[in-house]
Every structure is written in structure tokens, then in C-alpha cells.
Ligand binder design. Structure first.
Ligand SMILES: *Cc1c(COP(=O)(O)O)cnc(C)c1O
Length: 448
């Protein structure tokens, strides 16, 4: 064991009022390795900060989620939500496991095609599809999920000159008892808009209405919201069959299942409060199975889960740059990664573990990033042992929405490695360089 650093004695005010009666599970052991690979080695070889993904965990998460649904329901298909993490290495693990692709822009659509996803296994969602992107999706027989009437009319116009009838669904929004309502995407159920869109699609004669889609929100903690949503989707599907003689082939219930991260301001840690995927699967599948479809006419159930499948498979390794006392005596650390790199620190209280032996005395402190910006706070208040410049940390559950929402702002975006199931470490995205960042700039000379 390495010799612990001397820390000068410090008199601390007792904050008796904020004592926590719950065991918050603050680690008493350092996290020195990930999937058997030493953190020190990863940083020495690939630099700091560094994102680390675990192939083993991704596959385990995917299989557990699939099992939760396909042990309860006969026809299940997952579609990987590209925006959650569209590094190709990640997408390809999901596709290898049998996942289709779920994309929300022309850019993501191109990525899915380039990853070899067959056109008819790409779900094209989102409110901003351009006419040329819609045309490509029609030609590739992709599943187009219509978001608004403007898109519906554009698509009908595109198909006027085509013999092909694209396979479409509508996105439906509804009151699921979680507020604020997510009514900005798709057609509303309660006010009849969704039914009216369905009628227009069928009347057009240009499109095949094969599915119904919803995505009721993200990080939904309420199982009953899915039960309500599923009931409303089944009702629409049933009416498509009985009233319009247009049976629905699939119900796409979207994503939104929470990871076990702790939301900011939550009273208890996520690991103790978040419902399991089995709870969600039970609610969704029993609702469909009990709705009254004939056994042979049960719709395919599509899930577009993102966060749940990847969040805990991602880690961020970082290093302490400085250790300071604020004017009120509180300790603060300056880390080598900020909110530009760890976007989800705006939403989550990420668990941060020291990566080396430490003094067991914990103290509340603030973790800042290296940006010259007041908003750059990784954790407002976290109990950690004394950490010094050069000490390393592991930030947990960062696999979702960071490697897509990270900003190239003030610093370069760091490298990403994937630890393969074999234990091999692959650099799946290189750290950025000046050349990379400037590659899209054009050299223009202005004369005075
Ligand atoms: C973002 C998104 C998802 C994935 O959501 P998670 O909350 O990460 O599961 C699925 N479907 C659509 C349409 C989305 O926009």
C-alpha cells in the first residue's frame, strides 16, 4: 500500500442539521480496476480524462432487458437509440445482439446505414426529417414514424410520383400521469388528433400504416405511466382494425426506462429507488396480452431503450488538477474534466470513486471542472476523502448521452476505450487534436 499523504489538521464546523440517517453507500474501497484492467494502466496508456466502456456490461444489460420482455411476450424487437451513444463500436455491439437502429436525424440515419443496418430495420423518428431524407428512407423501406401533419403532407407529396408505398407509423403523445406532458412530439391521443392523422394516412392511399409509436419521456420512474400509455396505444390499434380494417403490425413503446443513476435533488440513491426493467416489462406486456387481441394478431412489441442499456457500462476516468479551500473553509477540487465532457452532471449526482488507496476520513466538498466558467460544477456537494493533485477518480454510470452530447468547448473531447469481453482494450475514439478541431475551418485571408 502506498504511503498516505500528511494532511494538516483542520477544524470543521459540525453540520448537525444535515446528518443523513440513511447509509448512502459511500464506498470505503477505491475503484482501482474496471473489468480487471487497472485504472492506472488505462490512464497511463490513453491519457486523462478518458471514457471507458465495458462490452461485457453492454451485452449483459441488453440480454437482461430482452429477457425481461421476451419471457413475457411472444414477439419482441429492440431498436438501439442512436442518440444515446452513436459511437460505431457501441452501435455494432447492439446490432450484433440483434438490435435494429432507431434514429432521429438524417445524420443518424446515415450512420445506421454505414453500420450495415438493413434499411427495413431502421426506425426513423424525430420532428426534423428533411424531404430528401424521407425519400431515402422510402427507397430503403425503412419504418418512418410521422411526427406532425406537415411531415405527413410532405411524405404524401413525395410518394405521389412513386409506385412504392412506404411503411409508416405515427408518433402518439398522451397523458400518462407524468407531468409536464410531453406533447410536443407526435399527435395527441386525448384530443383526437392521433385518430385524425391515422384517418388521413389511410385516406391518402399512398402510405401503409403498419405501426403506432410513442416515447413518453425519459428516466420515467413511474411504472403505471407505461401501463396507461400501453392501454391507449392498444385502443388505437384495436380501432384501426375494427373501424378501418387496417390491422396494426407493431406497437413501438419507445424508451425512457431509467438507469440506476441518482437524479439531482433525489432524496435516496437511484440504485435503491429505480424500478427494475422486469417491473416495466410486466406492466407493458400484461396490458397488451389482456387487451383482447387474438393470439395470432398480437402486435410485434418494439422497444427503443437507450439509457437503461448503456449508462452503467460507461465510466469516466479523471485526475485531480488542484485541491483548494474556498473562502468559507470548504474543500474544493479542480478536476481535469468539466461539464463540457460530462454533460449529464447537469442532471445526475454521479458517484465519484477515488482510484487509489485513501485516508478513510471523508469530508463534504465541491468538484469543479477546468473550464473558466462558473457553471462548470461536476458535483455541488459530495463526501470524499482527501484527494491531492495527481490523484485519479472514476466517475460511474456515464455511458448514456455523454459521448453524444459532449461539447468541444474550451478543451478537446477525450478518447474513448472499450474493454472487450476478452479483456483487450481498444481505443474506439481518439482524443481530439487541434488539427481535428480546425479541419472544417477554411483558410480565408482578409486584406486591410
Ligand atoms: C431518446 C429517444 C429514445 C431513447 O430514450 P431513453 O430514455 O434513453 O431510453 C427512444 N426513442 C426516441 C424517439 C427517443 O427520442
Amino acid at each position: 500500500m502506498q504511503k498516505l499523504k500528511y494532511e494538516r489538521p483542520f477544524i470543521k464546523k459540525l453540520n448537525a442539521g444535515v446528518m443523513n440517517k440513511f447509509a448512502t453507500g459511500n464506498q470505503s474501497n477505491p475503484v482501482t480496476e474496471i473489468d480487471g484492467v487497472p485504472v492506472k494502466k488505462l490512464i497511463t496508456e490513453h491519457g486523462s480524462p478518458l471514457f471507458v466502456l465495458s462490452e461485457k456490461k453492454i451485452r449483459r444489460n441488453y440480454r437482461a432487458a430482452l429477457r425481461a420482455f421476451d419471457t413475457r411476450y411472444p414477439k419482441v424487437q429492440f431498436a438501439w437509440s442512436y442518440k444515446t451513444n452513436y459511437l460505431n463500436a457501441v452501435c455494432n455491439v447492439f446490432h450484433q445482439e440483434g438490435s435494429w437502429g432507431e434514429v432521429v436525424s438524417g445524420f443518424e440515419y446515415q450512420k445506421a446505414i454505414k453500420n450495415g443496418v438493413p434499411g427495413n430495420q431502421i426506425i426513423f423518428n424525430g420532428p426534423g426529417k428533411k424531404p430528401e431524407e424521407l425519400l431515402l428512407a422510402v427507397q430503403n423501406d425503412s419504418l418512418i414514424h410521422i411526427d406532425h401533419f406537415n411531415e405527413l403532407y410532405t411524405l404524401i407529396a413525395i410518394c405521389a410520383g412513386l409506385s412504392q408505398k412506404p411503411r409508416v407509423a405515427i408518433r402518439v403523445n398522451m397523458d400518462t400521469g407524468t407531468y409536464p406532458l410531453w406533447d410536443r412530439f407526435g399527435f395527441n391521443y386525448e384530443n383526437g388528433e392521433a385518430w385524425s392523422a391515422i384517418g388521413k394516412i389511410i385516406a391518402s392511399g399512398k402510405l401503409q400504416l403498419v405501426g403506432l409509436h410513442c416515447h413518453i419521456g425519459t428516466f420515467i420512474l413511474n411504472v403505471s405511466a407505461y401501463e396507461k400509455a400501453t392501454t391507449k396505444m392498444c385502443d388505437l390499434a384495436m380501432r384501426c382494425k375494427t373501424d378501418l380494417n387496417n390491422p396494426i403490425q407493431y406497437l413501438d413503446m419507445g424508451g425512457g426506462f431509467p438507469s440506476t443513476n441518482t437524479l439531482k435533488g433525489a432524496y435516496l440513491p437511484g440504485i435503491d429507488t429505480v424500478p427494475s426493467i422486469d417491473d416495466f416489462a410486466e406492466a407493458i406486456t400484461t396490458t397488451i396480452l389482456n387487451f383482447g387481441f387474438k393470439q395470432t394478431e398480437l402486435p410485434l412489441l418494439i422497444l427503443e431503450s437507450g439509457r437503461l442499456l448503456i449508462d452503467d457500462a460507461g465510466y469516466l476516468l479523471g485526475t485531480v488538477i488542484a485541491n483548494k479551500r474556498l473562502s468559507d473553509g470548504r474543500r474544493a477540487l479542480v478536476m481535469d474534466f468539466g461539464v463540457n465532457t460530462l454533460f449529464t452532471s447537469f442532471w445526475y449526482d454521479h458517484q465519484v470513486s477515488p482510484a487509489q488507496e485513501f485516508n478513510p476520513h471523508l469530508e463534504p466538498m465541491t468538484l469543479y471542472g477546468p473550464l473558466c466558467m462558473n457553471i462548470d460544477t461536476i458535483r455541488e456537494n459530495v463526501n470524499l476523502p482527501l484527494l491531492n493533485a495527481g490523484d485519479q477518480v472514476v466517475v460511474h454510470k456515464v455511458g448514456a448521452y455523454n459521448m453524444t452530447q459532449w461539447m468541444q468547448f474550451i478543451t478537446y473531447r477525450p478518447g474513448v476505450v472499450m474493454i472487450a469481453e476478452t479483456g483487450r482494450v481498444e481505443l474506439i475514439r481518439s482524443p481530439e487534436t487541434l488539427e481535428y478541431v480546425e479541419a472544417m475551418e477554411n483558410q480565408v485571408q482578409y486584406s486591410k
